[in-house]
Design a protein around this ligand. Structure first.
Ligand code: HEM
Length: 418
């Protein structure tokens, strides 16, 4: 497998060339200094994260990994004196991602729990927090890609990546409408040579904890440039899944309370978010096959097939067709199974004309979700062909079958209420 030693798309991350960061001494000494008073708010994330990003999680200094593990096992972050509870929460959610080299999973790879926790405790509430976090992640990615593009031609792979990231951030208002306070400040048609400025504008406008979460949740396994984009893609999609699940949960509750109009509005909101994921896929398609082959070999056992939020969307829509799913590969949420799914609640009402609007909205969500799955399948086929997935499934064939499964089988063509 050949990966060039160039920097940028298809090569190394510029951070891999930072000799100071490659050496663990700054990370180790900052950590030792911090241990003196151990306030979570003063934790030296930056030098530690820089070292992880420069060498990749797989090659991080063993002494540093051990020190971080001890810290987590002693439970010090939660007990830290003074400061805000949020600082302890951020640190205690982040530490497990730093020593998961042997037994990590999808959640620890993408620091998914940390992102959810920060977003859901943001002033303004979880809906806004999750959207602001998406904007921060996209802005951080754009800043990273724009910095690597300096001096490249317009047709270079790096420039194509920058334009895809720029478009994704510029259209974040559709993906994350709850972050309108930030996205409304974006220029109507931002130019590619001002990409770095747009990213900075967005990062400066999000709450500090959201910005910090974006910064510290980038812990790649390798020093490859493309893995940064891959992690950011996973993280943003994950927050989209969470937002869709939240809306489905509220739609079920609204319908159970007899408010079909509110349920319909929630489903429509979810649909618009899913439909807006096209710009994220345009970023993902800039992944070179050779880079992904290396990333893939370093991320075995860390597949998004384990995504809890994704499975929650399916379970809140209709009971899971367990006979069609590889249950041993899936991570179902630890929480007890949610009550009725939206399909069950809909069927319990008996359907009929008063619920036609809701039925149409559910069909719209199903269509958008299936289109999203088909796009994912097409991209996976193009990038990895027919090899098995990192989650243990058959790979593209599994995805093709999954893409054909409707969210609301009873309402889809051939279903008993179609
Ligand atoms: C280079 C890009 C990607 C490739 C080649 C790829 C490939 C795959 C494969 C082969 C699977 C099957 C499960 C397995 O055995 O691992 C899978 C599942 C999945 N992937 Fe990706 N993936 C990519 C990017 C992403 C991204 C960015 C996300 C966003 C979170 C994502 C979300 C998912 C989800 C949710 C599943 C489970 C689908 C289901 O069970 O119905 N994938 N992916």
């Amino acid at each position: 497998m050949r990966v060039t030693t160039n920097v940028g798309v298809g090569g190394l991350s510029p951070r891999a060339l930072d000799e100071t960061a490659r050496c663990p001494s700054s990370a180790l000494s900052s950590l030792a200094d911090w241990q003196e008073d151990a306030r979570p708010a003063a934790f030296p994330f930056r030098p530690i994260v820089r070292h992880y990003q420069a060498v990749g999680r797989g090659q991080v200094d063993a002494e540093l990994v051990k020190a971080l593990r001890v810290l987590a096992e002693e439970g010090r972050p939660r007990r830290g004196r003074g400061g805000r509870a949020a600082d302890g929460l951020i640190l205690s959610s982040w530490l497990p991602c730093t020593f998961d080299q042997e037994d990590g999973d999808y959640d620890s790879y993408g620091a998914i729990l940390l992102l959810h926790r920060v977003a859901e405790t943001t002033p303004g509430g979880p809906d806004a927090g999750l959207d602001l976090q998406q904007v921060a992640l996209l802005a951080d990615l754009l800043a990273f890609e724009a910095a690597a593009a300096a001096g490249r031609g317009r047709r270079s792979r790096q420039e194509v990546r920058v334009r895809a990231c720029l478009r994704a951030l510029a259209r974040a208002g559709e993906l994350a409408p709850g972050a309108a306070g930030v996205t409304a400040r974006f220029p109507a048609a931002p130019a590619a040579d001002r990409a770095g400025e747009l990213a900075r504008l967005a990062l400066d406008a999000v709450p500090p904890a959201v910005r910090l979460a974006a910064e510290i949740t980038l812990l790649p396994m390798t020093p490859l440039h493309d893995e940064v984009m891959f992690i950011r893609s996973i993280q943003v999609f994950e927050l989209v899944y969470r937002q869709v699940a939240r809306r489905l949960e509220r739609a079920v509750a609204a319908l159970a309370g007899g408010d079909a109009a509110a349920a319909t509005a929630e489903v429509r909101d979810a649909t618009a978010r899913v439909a807006a994921t096209g710009s994220l896929y345009r970023v993902l398609t800039t992944m070179p096959k050779e880079s992904f082959a290396v990333i893939r070999s370093s991320t075995d056992g860390r597949s998004a097939i384990q995504s809890r939020a994704y499975r929650e969307v399916e379970r809140l829509s209709a009971p899971l067709p367990t006979e069609q799913l590889p249950m041993e590969l899936l991570r179902l949420d630890e929480r007890p199974r949610p009550g009725r799914s939206l399909q069950e609640e809909y069927l319990a009402t008996g359907g009929g004309p008063p619920l036609d609007g809701l039925a149409a909205a559910m069909a719209g969500l199903d269509k958008a979700w299936q289109a999203m799955k088909r796009t994912h399948w097409g991209i996976a086929l193009k990038i990895i062909g027919r090899v098995p997935g990192t989650g243990g499934s058959s790979g593209a064939d599994y995805l093709r079958e999954a893409a054909e499964r409707p969210l609301f089988p009873a309402l889809s063509p051939g279903g008993k209420h179609a």
